[in-house]
Design a protein around this ligand. Structure first.
Ligand code: NAP
Length: 293
């Protein structure tokens, strides 16, 4: 598969990535970097750090991680990748539901800060809903904001009902983002959660935008990619990225993948492309429960 011509990504290598506005008005780069499965193999550690660093060089300064990923090892990899350039980065990490009482959230955040070797987390998410009441987690988030340990808080894998419950709580409207599964094959949010969040100014952060690589051999995606002298991964990303109010966090552990993903921002899908992709990956006919990975 031919890559986009070299001149295309050189032009893209300046730092002016499209940005997404958080409810506070602060902006973050639309295209970031995921870290799930990083840290699982010591042998891959240096390559993973190098990939994240290259992503930072290319302007993908939004990095998503979680205390869950490799039991905290992924946060350690992020710490190494951002060493010396913390102020340029926007770091997102997540508390596990089983830790999400008020005290548990604060303790989990302190552990994450140590692993990340930083004094603050830019956006701290509840990974998915757990048993502790949302008001407990919210109290933890608010204490962490007051102490300066986190700058914003948000949620992940919250469907419309969860979001409505959250926003009805005192302080709930401060939610800065909802990170959910979204890609060509997982379009359910278009019929409910996406317009709901848009209507309330809460940006979506799309995870698994290339369906963990399972989209790569699709026939239609490949045909569109060939027309653009791009790869199927780039077309899958360009399809999500064309919605400029959505953050997108592909995970790439090789420098080649990072360069490709960065260049996906430069691909403008045509009406013909979108029509073919819509037929191959139809939008939802009506609301359906949020899918998770
Ligand atoms: N909140 C949640 O519950 C949740 C759930 C899932 C994911 N996430 C977050 O979202 C991030 C992204 O999702 P994900 O990791 O599940 O899946 P993904 O980003 O859709 O796919 C990652 C896979 O695609 C491969 N890949 C990346 N760029 C490629 C390219 N240009 N060409 C070919 N293959 C490419 C990667 O390979 P290499 O690694 O070899 O480069 C990896 O195997 C995660 O890392 C995590 O930070 C959050």
């Amino acid at each position: 598969m031919a890559l986009r011509p070299l001149f295309a990504w050189v032009l893209m290598s300046s730092h002016d990535l499209p940005a997404v506005e958080l409810p506070s008005g602060e902006t973050v780069p639309q295209l970031g970097q995921g870290t799930w499965r990083m840290g699982e193999s010591a042998r891959k550690r240096e390559a993973e750090i190098a990939a994240l660093r290259l992503g930072l060089d290319l302007g993908m300064t939004l990095i998503d991680t979680a205390e869950m990923y490799s039991d905290g090892v992924a946060e350690g990899i992020v710490a190494e990748a951002i060493h010396g350039r913390r102020d340029d980065c926007f770091i997102v990490t997540k508390v596990l539901p089983e830790n999400s009482t008020r005290a548990g959230t604060i303790a989990a955040c302190e552990r994450s800060l140590k692993r990340l070797k930083t004094d603050r987390i830019d956006l701290y998410l509840l990974h998915w809903r757990g048993r502790p009441g949302l008001e407990e987690t919210l109290a933890g988030f608010e204490a962490l904001i007051s102490s300066g340990a986190i700058r914003y808080w948000g949620v992940s894998n919250f469907d419309v009902g969860d979001m409505a419950e959250l926003l009805a709580l005192p302080g709930g409207t401060a939610c800065a983002s909802n990170q959910v599964l979204y890609n060509l094959r997982r379009r359910g949010i278009e019929a409910g959660l996406l317009p709901w969040c848009r209507g309330r100014g809460i940006p979506i952060m799309a995870y698994s935008p290339i369906e963990q690589g399972r989209l790569l051999h699709d026939r239609v995606l490949t045909a569109v990619a060939i027309r653009h002298r791009a790869t199927p991964a780039q077309i899958a990303l360009a399809w999500v990225l064309r919605q400029r109010d959505m953050m997108v966090i592909p995970k790439a552990a090789s420098e080649a993948h990072v360069r490709e993903n960065r260049a996906a921002l430069d691909i403008a899908l045509t009406e013909q492309d979108l029509g073919e992709l819509n037929r191959a990956f139809p939008p939802p006919k009506g609301p359906r429960p949020l899918e998770l990975l």
